[in-house]
Ligand binder design. Structure first.
Ligand SMILES: COC(=O)c1cc2cc(CO)sc2[nH]1
Length: 250
């Protein structure tokens, strides 16, 4: 998968050189290109913003540098088995990033990311891009950030880790929070008995029983209980009247 990111803060994307995503780049699974939007300005001050027409506080990102930057991305990446990328623009007004959306994006050969700053990008850039490529505005949640870079790091990690060969043990992608609508079960490791100061903390005995059926059942019950307690919105209404009814999850 090819990823292009356009930003006025290229260094913000340095974490994409680290850990599993960094290894995926070195293994050739991900081909990441970060572009500085100021490269596509045409004035000596490399201006990317101006005051909002109609008044209001702050500054708006000018359309021309973005149009040049996106044209450069399309020209540079045309060999991806797709003539244009799917442009993802992080923004509070977008569709929510979900595990389902991450799986959809992981199927694509080429994604491009536009990182807004200031009060946002001139709306005509979305129109310009939308005439040339698919454009999706994606929200990480209902809160405010100063720009799109942090959101791009999150989206790239959520999508990149789903690509074959990125996560060592594909098994670990299965029983995770949100993969099947439930939160994950609690995990433990040695020591089985932890002397935490003057408190002795033991691991649930079922995990030491060697009874894999009982362990699987306990873990599923834990997932239901945690989801009911923390994210009842994720539970299908049927679940709250069925298995959960027997669990005291107030
Ligand atoms: C100028 O601000 C942005 O480009 C911007 C991008 C994002 C993503 C958010 C979380 O969904 S809040 C936000 N602001």
């Amino acid at each position: 998968m090819r990823l292009d990111v356009v930003t006025i803060f290229p260094d913000y994307l340095a974490p994409l050189d680290l850990s599993l995503i960094g290894k995926a780049r070195r293994d050739g699974i991900l081909d990441v290109h970060v572009h500085d939007l100021r490269t596509f300005t045409d004035d000596r001050h490399r201006t990317v913003d101006d005051s909002p027409l109609g008044g209001g506080a702050g500054m708006v990102m000018k359309p021309e540098p973005w149009a040049r930057a996106l044209e450069h991305v399309v020209d540079a990446g045309a060999s991806q088995g797709a003539p244009v990328p799917h442009l993802i623009v992080p923004g509070p007004g977008g569709v929510p990033l979900t595990q389902a959306l991450a799986h959809e994006l992981a199927q694509e050969p080429w994604l491009a990311f536009a990182c807004g700053r200031y009060e946002g990008i001139d709306e005509r850039v979305y129109e310009h891009a939308g005439e040339r490529m698919p454009v999706t505005i994606v929200s990480l949640g209902d809160y405010v950030l100063n720009g799109g870079e942090v959101a791009v790091l999150a989206i790239v990690e959520a999508v990149g880790r789903l690509l074959p060969g990125v996560v060592g043990n594909a098994e670990s992608l299965v029983e995770e929070s949100h993969e099947d609508g439930l939160l994950e079960y609690p995990v433990y490791t040695r020591p089985a008995v932890w002397a935490d100061g003057d408190v002795v903390r033991e691991v649930p005995p079922v995990l030491l029983s060697g009874n894999h059926g009982a362990i699987a059942a306990w873990r599923h019950e834990q997932r239901l209980e945690r989801t009911a307690a923390r994210r009842p919105d994720l539970l299908p209404t049927s679940a709250t009247t069925g298995a959960l009814a027997d669990l005291d999850v107030r």
